[in-house]
Write a protein that binds this ligand. Structure first.
Ligand code: PEP
Ligand code: MG
Length: 547
């Protein structure tokens, strides 16, 4: 048995076989340290594997989608055997001494350009296919599965690191736990793990080798320990604890349908945070009163171009309708820092957390912002939608946002679109600047939602992504608690409501404190809704306290 430690970011025990996750990104460099023969061999093996994969895909598409759609794959299969294409790949390897992945990618680009320049629309459309097939071969050369991660049974994912977009691409039903070497407990990947209700460790002291694949692993998110090839005694004990935790969950389930009310009668809203329209099922299953944070930027990740207005409209409408009249607070695009989408083409920055991100991008690229706002306002006709803006630092930003919202509404009405008569506007309070001017900001909006993850990062000057600083990333710091009180008081003075949507909202050791401070809402990962409800129902504010 091999054991080790990490930092548990979601409690619970998982037991299952290991799947070693490899980065799904192609990294193309020039030149090679291998011989020409070795590179040719790599190309040929990858080509053969690509043909096998495409045949499987052809059969599957033909059976599940239709013969016509399957023909697209047939075209790619033909391209694999194109003699001109192969001749050019081999020339690049033999004459230019390039590596196989580069040779394939560069040849693919040249052929795509050639096809794209043709007049015949059929040939023009082949540009995409040759690009696709080249990418497939290059990925196979680099040992990356081009069809994404396929697991036959639910497994434990072990990885060096996982970005939010990689996490999103995984089939949630097939994941028992995450164990990553890197990562901090406040990163978005950790937040996703919590939303997905998956025991997870970050910053784990694990050596990642392909031999780990298929070995049995126990992940204990409570203690932060993992066990590989566990002995029978450990396995029995952990299995017993796993079952006990499931029973505890059953007990919490009995709180479904109950009010979020303290013993002495104070009520609070408990909403849930989501990053993906599909998460709405978790919100409903856990009986949340609404959605307090829809991280809309996740719609922009893991794809090659920004979602269109129609695509976004469909997602927002779906969520609004599913929530059936309950509040859905959509946060506008909060891209940047760890949430990256290559197609935006943003330059690398020295300090991305302090950089070109979130509302700064939206106010700079107003068309991008308006596309999203149009989608949200159109969806507002189908439920109870509110809009919230991230990373605010000034009253001027809020005034400009409100102007843009008015323009969008006017445009939509002129075009004959239906929108809700009133869409509540709020802001995230997640910068110290916003806290300090929260009295002024409160006059401009209807609600505040405190992003304690970023507020802690910016107040304590601790990068939330930095695993080394996890120990001193202290959201209970008196500076944060004082700010929270100031935020609620300033909101209430101006007639606005205040909630918390950062991870701290689910910390039940502070539920009583939040209630005493006067927060109106706590928005937490769906899986924490019932435990926070329990904490509220166990609280008696009539009792004396030092809070
Ligand atoms: C926060 O900063 O607390 C927050 C809720 O936003 P995110 O975690 O998406 O940055
Ligand atoms: Mg934030």
């Amino acid at each position: 048995m091999q054991t080790g430690n990490g930092k548990g970011v979601f409690a619970g025990i998982a037991i299952g076989k290991i799947f070693v996750f490899k980065k799904q990104e192609l990294v193309i460099v020039r030149g090679t340290a291998n011989t020409v023969e070795e590179e040719i061999e790599r190309y040929k093996a990858a080509k053969e594997l690509s043909a096998k994969q495409l045949k499987v895909l052809f059969d599957k598409t033909a059976a599940e989608v239709g013969q016509e759609e399957a023909m697209i794959i047939d075209v790619q299969l033909l391209m694999l055997d194109d003699l001109d294409y192969e001749e050019e790949v081999l020339r690049k390897i033999t004459e230019e001494k390039e590596n196989a992945a580069y040779a394939v990618t560069a040849t693919g680009e040249e052929f795509a350009e050639f096809f794209a320049s043709m007049d015949d629309p059929y040939m023009k459309a082949r540009a995409v296919d040759v690009g696709d097939v080249s990418k497939r071969i290059a990925m196979n050369i680099q040992g990356i599965n081009p069809d994404g991660i396929k697991m036959e049974e639910p497994m434990v994912i072990v990885a060096e690191d996982l970005t939010p977009s990689e996490t999103l691409q995984l089939d949630k039903n097939m994941i028992l736990a995450f164990v990553t070497q890197k990562g901090s407990s406040n990163s978005h990947t950790a937040i996703l793990a919590r939303t997905m209700n998956i025991p997870s460790l970050v910053g784990a002291d694990i050596e990642i080798t392909p031999e780990l694949n298929g070995k049995l692993m126990i992940v204990d998110g409570n203690s932060g320990k993992y066990y590989i090839d566990p002995d029978d005694i450990t396995l029995d004990e952990k299995e017993r604890r796993r079952k006990a935790q499931l029973q505890q969950k059953e007990l919490l389930n009995q709180l479904k349908g109950k009010e979020n009310v303290t013993i002495d009668g104070k009520k609070i809203n408990i909403y849930a945070n989501i990053g993906n329209p599909k998460d709405v099922d978790l919100v409903i299953n856990n009986d949340a009163g609404g959605i307090g944070l829809f991280r809309s930027e996740f719609l922009y990740l893991g794809r090659d171009s920004a979602p269109t207005e129609e695509e976004q409209f469909a997602s927002y409408k779906y969520v609004a309708e599913k929530m059936n009249g309950k509040k859905v607070i959509i946060r506008t695009l909060d891209i940047g820092a760890d949430k990256k989408a290559d197609y935006f083409g943003f330059a690398e920055e020295e300090n991305p957390a302090l950089g070109y991100r979130a509302i700064r991008i939206c106010l700079d690229q107003v068309d991008l912002f308006k596309t999203q706002l149009r989608a949200i306002y159109r969806a507002s006709a189908f439920g109870q939608i509110s809009i919230m803006f991230p990373m605010i630092i000034s009253v001027a930003e809020v005034k400009r946002i409100k102007e843009i919202c008015e323009e969008v509404k006017e445009e939509l009405i002129k075009e004959g679109h239906e929108i809700a008569p009133h869409v509540e506007l709020g802001i995230m309070i997640e910068t110290p600047a916003a806290v300090m001017v929260s009295d002024e900001l409160a006059k401009e909006v209807e609600f505040f939602s405190v992003g304690t993850n970023d507020l802690t990062q910016y107040t304590l000057a601790i990068d939330r992504q930095n695993a080394k600083l996890d120990k001193i990333y202290d959201a209970h710091h008196p500076a944060i608690l004082k700010m929270l009180k100031m935020i609620v008081d300033n909101a209430h003075k101006a007639g606005a409501w205040a909630g918390i949507c950062g991870e701290l909202g689910s910390d039940t050791t502070l539920t009583e404190t939040f209630l005493r401070m006067g927060f109106d809402e706590l928005s937490v990962s769906p899986t924490f809704v019932l435990s926070v409800r329990k904490a509220v129902r166990d609280t008696d504010l009539s009792k004396k306290t030092t809070v």
